[in-house]
Ligand binder design. Structure first.
Ligand SMILES: Cc1ncc(C[n+]2csc(CCOP(=O)(O)OP(=O)(O)O)c2C)c(N)n1
Ligand SMILES: [Mg+2]
Length: 351
């Protein structure tokens, strides 16, 4: 008698070579970024945030997906986030409570109230603190990537640059240096339509930022920045290419800044229908959810469970730090420059 094997249902091939757990993990980071920023807006409106609040609404996909392509833990890669790359920092391991404390300038925050928003460092987790001068992180990251190369470490640097910031001299110098030295560096150029109130057509004469890569003799590709898996795949390829000793790669992500430059900016210069189109038709989180559900990679109830877990996590983090004290005035001079002799109380009295 011929035995017949029971028909098996073959799982469809994993998109972008990711497992189901990884696909859900990416969803968690997307939701975490958006929910944390929404909480920060509420705190900003209560005057609890010190300084500006910069949203990445509409750009969470490219931040999370590009960082997710990096090596974390041992032999970790290093990335350099900008104000709109909260999602990248969360992927690398930044904790929501650190972000909340930092935005509220709490004494227990990562910079103990001395710096604002996402300007802080954690090389153990793999992210650098940015300096505000646009473009400057490109040569800084080129230098870090050169260090990896000289030490023979299998590590890669990743740097983000806004469309506006590609007009700066340091962007050109940094990219040229990185290309000539063939360092393991991936550049994510964020075409999000705005630099403050300046549109791209008043910023540069090329159509795509990827074209700029040609001038330095390195590859440049343009990717749909709101397609999470496309960004992941393009970054993964560039990261492994860089790790293999083939040098710099530029990835332009086409996306859109759905909020003003910061919360104080009412975006009066932005056409309303443009904002509506990106919100309704091209939201990176909605598109990712659709893809997961259509490919049967996740069920609606699993995603709702993740949403609830994220909300609880952020509620707990907020409750734990919202009433913490600001730094004491006496501490203002410590940890800024080299500490002078004597005690902080002594310096304060002599001011
Ligand atoms: C050299 C320099 N010039 C000006 C500024 C002020 N500034 C801060 S953010 C910004 C706009 C940046 O636009 P873009 O690079 O497109 O990034 P996005 O805000 O869109 O993420 C400007 C002009 C600065 N920080 N550094
Ligand atoms: Mg921009």
């Amino acid at each position: 008698m011929v035995s017949r094997a029971a028909p098996t249902t073959q799982a469809p091939p994993a998109p972008a070579g990711l497992t189901r757990d990884q696909l859900l993990e990416i969803y968690r980071y997307l939701r975490l970024t958006r929910t944390l920023e929404e909480r920060l807006v509420a705190l900003y409106r209560q005057s609890k945030v010190i300084g500006g609040l910069f949203r990445s609404l509409g750009q969470e996909g490219e931040s999370v997906a590009s960082a997710y392509a990096l090596q974390r833990g041992r032999n970790r890669d290093i990335l350099s986030p900008l104000i709109r790359n909260l999602g990248s920092m969360l992927v690398m391991g930044a904790q929501p409570i650190q972000i909340l404390r930092q935005y509220m300038a709490k004494a227990e925050g990562p910079t103990r109230g001395r710096e604002l928003n996402v300007h802080f460092n954690d090389l153990e987790r793999g992210y650098l603190g940015q300096i505000s001068h646009l473009g400057d992180m490109v040569p800084v990251m080129a230098g870090i990537a050169l260090t990896f190369k000289l030490r023979g470490e299998p590590r890669v640097g990743l740097v983000y640059i806004g469309d506006g910031a590609t007009s700066t001299g340091t962007f050109h110098e940094g990219l040229n240096f990185a290309a000539v030295q063939r360092v393991p560096l991936v550049v994510i150029a964020e075409y999000n339509r705005w630099a403050y109130s300046t549109p791209p057509e008043k910023q540069f004469a090329v159509r795509d930022l990827a074209e700029k890569a040609k001038a330095y003799g390195v590859p440049g590709v343009t990717v749909d920045g709101n397609d999470v898996l496309a960004v992941y795949e393009a970054t993964r390829f560039a990261v492994e290419r860089a790790r293999g000793g083939h040098g710099v790669h530029v990835i332009e992500v086409k996306t859109y800044r759905r909020k003003g430059h910061a919360e104080h900016d009412d975006q009066h210069y932005v056409p309303k229908d443009e904002l509506d189109w990106w919100a309704k038709e091209n939201d990176p989180v909605d598109r990712y959810v659709k893809r997961l559900l259509q490919g049967e990679w996740a069920e609606e109830r699993e995603l709702r469970t993740i949403d609830a877990q994220v909300k609880t996590e952020i509620d707990e983090a907020t409750d734990a730090c919202v009433d913490e004290p600001l730094p004491s005035p006496e501490s203002a001079l410590t940890g800024v420059y080299a500490d002078p002799p004597g005690t902080p109380r002594h310096w304060y009295r002599n001011l």
